[in-house]
Design a protein around this ligand. Structure first.
Ligand code: F6R
Length: 240
């Protein structure tokens, strides 16, 4: 694992955008695995600027990690909405090369299978991750068992409480989501996990220095051969 510590999240976002640019330039039909959440915003801001400066994303395919169940695409807290606002409305990625799980699908089981099929057909070159305060990646929550494939998950109390900051009331936070499984994440050729702020310091240190364990899903990244952990000073404050 490589660990890079930056002064600010925006410096870190620039670094991750430069890593992603390398992949887009080197791979004929690049596939980027994307995350949502506040941590990913500095990366998207930088990446949009790269595109405005001439980086062509027209051959790029994107596969998002997860989506809430029960929010329409048009809801400002849906991950469809977030991705349009942060990235897709500003860059030249063709719409038919953009994949996000459909949390409004009538048959969620079929939707999970459809999504696994998409991942199989588009192996991920570069996967962006955030980390939950409880150690989740995507919405793979701490559990006795980590599921390998795309699945419906009951969000944990920690995740609901943490994500309540984006809603007017905690009661509005969806209780379920669709998430890519850990196998798809680990099959990505290169993984970059970002974490910023003091509230992530403890879980970052446990995930990257402690044992690999299913109740800290991000710890499984220790088993991957090309992972970069991108931090700011605050999230790195519990590392030696
Ligand atoms: C969202 C996702 C989550 C977030 C994590 C951190 O697509 O995959 O794992 O990355 O919950 O969220 P923030 O960045 O809002 O703290």
């Amino acid at each position: 694992m490589k660990i890079r510590v930056f002064e600010t999240p925006s410096d870190a976002g620039l670094y991750v955008a430069a890593l992603a640019e390398r992949v887009v330039l080197d791979v004929p039909n690049p596939v980027l695995g994307l995350a949502t959440g506040s941590t990913s915003c500095p990366f998207y801001q930088a990446f949009v600027k790269f595109e405005k400066c001439g980086l062509d994303l027209s051959r790029t395919t994107t596969i998002n990690l997860d989506e809430y169940i029960g929010l329409p695409d048009t809801h400002p807290q849906s991950y469809h909405y977030f991705m349009n606002e942060q990235l897709f409305d500003h860059v030249n990625i063709p719409r038919d090369q953009i994949f996000i799980p459909d949390g409004a699908a009538a048959d969620l089981h079929a939707e999970c299978e459809r999504y696994d099929d998409i991942i199989r057909k588009h192996p991920i070159d570069f996967q962006i991750l955030g980390i939950g305060v409880n150690g989740h990646i995507g919405f793979n929550e701490p559990n006795d068992l980590l599921l390998s494939r795309t699945h419906v998950v009951e969000l944990s109390h920690d995740t609901i409480a943490s994500n309540a900051r984006f809603f007017t009331d905690v009661s509005e936070v969806p209780r379920k989501a669709i998430t890519m499984g850990v196998q798809a994440i680990l099959q990505a050729r290169q993984i970059v996990l970002m974490a910023f702020g003091k509230e992530k310091a403890h879980i970052v240190s446990r995930a990257i220095q402690g044992e690999v364990r299913t109740d800290i899903p991000a710890s499984i990244l220790q088993l991957h051969r090309d992972v970069t952990i991108v931090l700011d000073k605050l999230s790195a404050s519990e590392l030696p």
